[in-house]
Design a protein around this ligand. Structure first.
Ligand SMILES: NC(=O)c1ccc[n+]([C@@H]2O[C@H](COP(=O)([O-])OP(=O)(O)OC[C@H]3O[C@@H](n4cnc5c(N)ncnc54)[C@H](O)[C@@H]3O)[C@@H](O)[C@H]2O)c1
Length: 354
């Protein structure tokens, strides 16, 4: 019997609705695969902020550290500026636990319509690997003449050779492990950003030389955005900086049919700290509280968590069950043009799990 302590942060908006569904699925597969979960729930997020003036307590990271993994819903509230919710919860966790690899797979499942008109036989099965600890989100900078007419804001991107090298190496190793198209695409903007992105390009070439069996391409981020639409089937592993990976993974999420199907893992590949698993989507205030949010992105994220915890058969079982529900075309939430509720979709997944 494998036992795991999982920190659970439902967070805000639809995060509160999708996390209980993922827990139902995890509890079901746990029973089938001799896995024991102890869930520890944390009520951090916007409501906590309204009560305490901060998104999570001062000792939050110490409380998360002993856990085996973190399951997160989403953060974000219309009455709190997004830079506060992001910098008050999500980014400190990613940085403190050195979750430097943000892995966002995008698979077009049978039975789901892409908004793109794909040619027959073309499939979308790619994964965006986003650098998750530095780059444009390093939060280095400041204001001069704060709130004066002559105000200046400086926002610095931080690129380290170590940070770039480890994420690019992770991407190549993932391409080897996936054993699919054996291709890594690097996302750059070195034509306009002549320092950080030049170091990125040089490092990409150096790491690529260690993987002669993997084909490579380097795309400017604007060309990549176009090619995610024009030839999504050509991509395998795509590696980008924090900002570029963030933006491109929203494109990859929507071309597979819905934001509600896109999972995300924030990994410390060296396993020194807990890794964190969350859907790509945010707190979706426009649909929160209606019981119609698609829970599948979070359920897929739970499967990613099982993979990381080396419970691969349980992870595959969840993915297969979800794929069968989608292929059935009957039970689906309104984002996939269905009429089912969040709970009904999970019920269908549980039924498939047997
Ligand atoms: N990781 C995170 O916690 C995260 C990520 C992105 C945005 N946010 C925050 O979330 C808030 C809302 O941001 P947003 O509206 O730009 O992005 P969003 O991802 O919350 O929603 C974008 C659109 O997709 C729809 N959508 C998203 N997830 C869905 C699901 N599972 N099922 C059905 N439809 C779904 C929403 O209804 C909305 O129309 C903001 O405060 C933002 O900062 C948080």
């Amino acid at each position: 019997m494998k036992n795991f302590k999982i920190a659970v942060i439902p967070g805000d908006g639809v995060g509160q609705e999708v996390i209980p569904q993922a827990k139902r699925v995890l509890e079901k597969v746990a029973g089938q695969h001799a896995i024991g979960f102890t869930f520890q729930d944390f009520d951090w997020g916007a409501d906590y902020y309204f009560r305490h003036g901060r998104m999570m307590p001062a000792d939050a990271l110490d409380r998360l550290r002993p856990c085996d993994a973190i399951l997160l819903g989403a953060v974000g509230h219309p009455q709190i500026p997004d830079h506060i919710t992001l910098n008050g919860l999500l980014l400190p966790i990613r940085r403190a636990f050195d979750q430097y690899a943000n892995v966002r797979p995008a698979i077009l499942y049978s039975g789901v319509e892409s908004p793109l008109a794909l040619r027959k036989g073309e499939q979308i099965d790619l994964v965006v690997v986003r650098e998750n600890t530095e780059g444009e989100y390093a939060q280095v900078g400041g204001f001069v003449y704060h709130e004066q007419p002559e105000e200046v804001a400086i926002q610095t991107a931080v690129f380290t050779r170590r940070g770039i090298e480890r994420i690019i190496r992770f991407a190549f190793e993932l391409a080897v492990r996936r054993n699919k198209k054996k291709r890594v695409t690097s996302i750059t903007k070195s034509n306009a950003q002549g320092f950080g992105m030049v170091l990125w390009d040089r490092t990409f070439q150096a790491v690529a030389s260690e993987f002669p069996d993997i084909r490579t391409e380097s795309l400017l981020v604007d060309a990549a955005a176009m090619n995610f639409i024009r030839r999504p089937e050509s991509f395998d592993v795509v590696v980008g900086s924090n900002l570029f990976g963030d933006i491109l993974s929203d494109i990859s999420a929507i071309i597979i049919g819905s934001m509600g199907l896109a999972p995300s893992a924030n990994l410390d590949p060296l396993r020194r700290y807990p890794s964190m698993f969350e859907p790509v989507h945010g707190s979706a205030p426009d649909i929160a509280g209606k019981g119609i949010v698609n829970p599948l992105a979070t359920i897929f994220s739970a499967a990613q968590m099982l993979d990381h915890l080396q419970c691969e058969p349980a992870a595959r079982k969840i993915e297969t069950a979800v794929a069968e529900v989608l292929a059935g075309r009957k039970i689906r939430t309104p984002d996939l043009r269905g009429k089912s509720s969040t709970a009904e979709v999970t019920d269908a997944v549980l039924a498939q799990l047997g």
